[in-house]
Design a protein around this ligand. Structure first.
Ligand code: APR
Length: 238
């Protein structure tokens, strides 16, 4: 069994994608039976879709909320929370996922670069912080408005929008000596570039997933297997 040794000098940056939540029963995006096989990105996940048909966008993300509520963290989420408990501030987690399974497993030092399902924000970007919102909307008339009059939209980074927390992410990648990437196809940027940034900063780079990602050649190790099977035994912390 592959093991990754982590010494007292290491700083670990972890990037996760939809694959880490697959064993919790949440579908990935690009599998044959994935979310983008059943829905059109252009109709539910772009600024144009929001302008054209906000009800269809809220319907899609309401369905995601309903599925996310039923899901439970799996051994991969738990293994990362346990690693963080050992490494403290030498650990940083960046997830592309909008579910809250990392938090529910106990992770604390994490950012959601593509947003969070359980929040909504003003469509006018009027400056108010996102608010907690777990409502499963049945129609647009149920969706609230901001004080400024703008409609609340999902706190999700649509295609064409800039991911969140990029400054902090770049800073953390620059400091990391080990980058671990789990369950992401390497097809969405800028996340697919993180491994290159880590390599330029001299870090070891490890990928875990059942198949090599599109950017596999940039990794120093590719460990093929399901995250929930591989991660619990992967780390040897010295
Ligand atoms: N363990 C680990 N990886 C897995 C597992 C598993 N049990 N099952 C599937 N995978 C892997 C697949 O092999 C695939 O490489 O998860 C990856 C999922 O890829 P995508 O569906 O493309 O999801 P992701 O890379 O997270 O998508 C990135 O695209 O649509 C947007 O904003 C959305 O954040 C998302 C982004």
């Amino acid at each position: 069994m592959t093991q990754i040794s982590i010494t007292a000098k290491d700083r670990v940056f972890v990037l996760t994608g939809a694959g880490i939540s697959a064993e919790s029963g949440l579908p990935t995006f690009r599998a044959e039976d994935g979310l983008w096989a059943g829905h059109s990105v252009e109709e539910v996940c772009t600024p144009e879709a929001w302008r054209r048909n906000p009800e269809a966008v809220w319907q899609f993300y309401s369905e995601r909320r309903a599925a996310g509520e039923k899901a439970m963290p799996n051994p991969a989420h738990i293994a990362l929370a346990e690693l963080e408990a050992k490494l403290g501030n030498r650990f940083f987690l960046c997830t592309q996922n909008v579910d809250d399974l990392h938090e529910r497993a106990g992770s604390e030092r994490l950012v959601h670069m593509h947003g969070e399902l359980a929040k909504a924000r003003c469509e006018r970007e009027c400056g108010r912080s996102p608010v907690e919102d777990r409502t499963i909307y049945r129609s647009l008339s149920e969706v609230g408005h901001c004080f400024c009059g703008g409609r609340l939209r999902p706190h999700i980074v649509f295609f064409g929008e800039i991911p969140l927390e990029m400054e902090l992410i770049q800073e953390e990648i620059g400091k990391a000596t080990l980058m671990l990437v789990v369950g992401t196809s390497g097809s969405v940027y800028p996340a697919a570039n993180f491994v290159h940034w880590a390599r330029m900063a001299g870090a070891r780079t490890v990928y875990v997933g059942p198949e090599p990602p599109l950017n596999a050649s940039a990794f120093t190790h590719v460990v093929e297997g399901k995250a929930g099977v591989v991660l619990p035994g992967l780390f040897q912390v010295e």
